[in-house]
Design a protein around this ligand. Sequence first.
Ligand SMILES: NC(=O)c1ccc[n+]([C@@H]2O[C@H](COP(=O)([O-])OP(=O)(O)OC[C@H]3O[C@@H](n4cnc5c(N)ncnc54)[C@H](O)[C@@H]3O)[C@@H](O)[C@H]2O)c1
Length: 309
Amino acid sequence: MNYLVTGAAGFIGSVLAKRLIDEGHKVVTVDNLSTGIKENIPEGVTFIEGNTYDSKIIEKLNDYKFDAIYHIAGQSGGVTCWDDPIYDMNSNITSTLMLLDYAVKTDCKTFVYASSMSVYGDENPCPVREGDSIKPKTFYAVGKLASEHYMRIYSENYGIKCTALRFNNVYGPGQNMENLKQGMVSIFLAYAIKDKHIPVLGAKNRYRDFVYIDDTVDACIMAANGKEKDLFNVYTTATNRKTTCEQLIEIIKSNLPFDITVEYKGSTKGDQFGIFCSYEKIYNALGWEPKVSLEEGMKIMTEWAICNI
Ligand SMILES: NC(=O)c1ccc[n+]([C@@H]2O[C@H](COP(=O)([O-])OP(=O)(O)OC[C@H]3O[C@@H](n4cnc5c(N)ncnc54)[C@H](O)[C@@H]3O)[C@@H](O)[C@H]2O)c1
C-alpha cells in the first residue's frame, strides 16, 4: 500500500513511518524540519522537504496516489504556540485543510489525524471521555479542534473516512531530547540525565496520562484500517491512569544510577492542570488498548536516552 505520513522527521511520524516500511508498504513524507531532524526519517521513506501548508509542496504530491494519509506533522508545542500563533494556525489548521482538499482531488478515502487531549481544556472530571466538554486553552488546541471539524465536514460531504486521534502525552525512544519546550517526559528526563537537576514548571500534583509510543502507533494503524459504520470518528488514546509530576519523577529516579534534585517553580501559560482519559471508546470501536505500562516504558526510554544524549 502507499501512504503519506506527514512529519516523519519527528517523534511519532518517524516511528509510524518505520512501522509501515517494515510491513512492506511505500511511504512518502513531507516535513519542514522545524522540530524534526532529517536523520529520524527511516530508510526507504521518500522525503519532500517543506511546509504542509505550502501549495507548491502539495502540488509535488500529485506525483503520488495514496491509500491513506496520516497527517502527523504539526506545530507540536502547546508552549511554542504563543511565540508565533500565525505559524501555529498554518501548521495545525491550514495544512489539514489543504491535505483534505488534496485527498478529495486524488480520491484518497482514508485520513488519520494527530489531534490532542488539549482540546478538552480543564473543564471535565477525570477520566475524560470524548463526549465531554471541549474548551481549548491555547492556540495549539484551537488548531487541533478546528482540524477535527474540517475533517468532519469533509467526511460528511466528500465521503472520506476521517479519524482524529486525541493523543495524551506520548513518550518513548525517539523523542527529541534537545527540545526542552515540548514533552513532559523528555524534558524531565533530559534535565535529569544532563544536569542531575529537574526544574519543574508548575506544581508537583499536576497530572497527566502517559501513552507509550508503540501503543500510539498501533492506534494510528488501527484507525486507518477501522471498519466503523460512521465515516468520521474521534478517539482518545489514553491509559485511564493518573500520574502526577511527582510520581513521574520518582519513576525517573528509580531508573537512574545517580541522585537528582528537583525544584518546582513558576507555571506555563495555558497549561492544563491535570487530565487523564478513558480509552473505552477506542477499545470498543477498534479493540485498541495500551499494552506498555509507564514503569516498563520508562525503563526502555531511559536506557535509550542515556545512550542518546
Ligand atoms: N507527542 C505528544 O505527546 C503529542 C500529544 C498530542 C498530540 N501530538 C501531535 O502529534 C503530532 C506529532 O507529535 P510529535 O511529538 O511527533 O512532534 P514532533 O515535533 O517530534 O514532530 C512533528 C513533526 O512535524 C514537522 N512539522 C511541523 N510543522 C510542519 C509543517 N508546517 N510542515 C511540515 N512539517 C512540519 C516537524 O519538523 C516534526 O518533524 C503533532 O501534530 C502533535 O501536535 C503529540
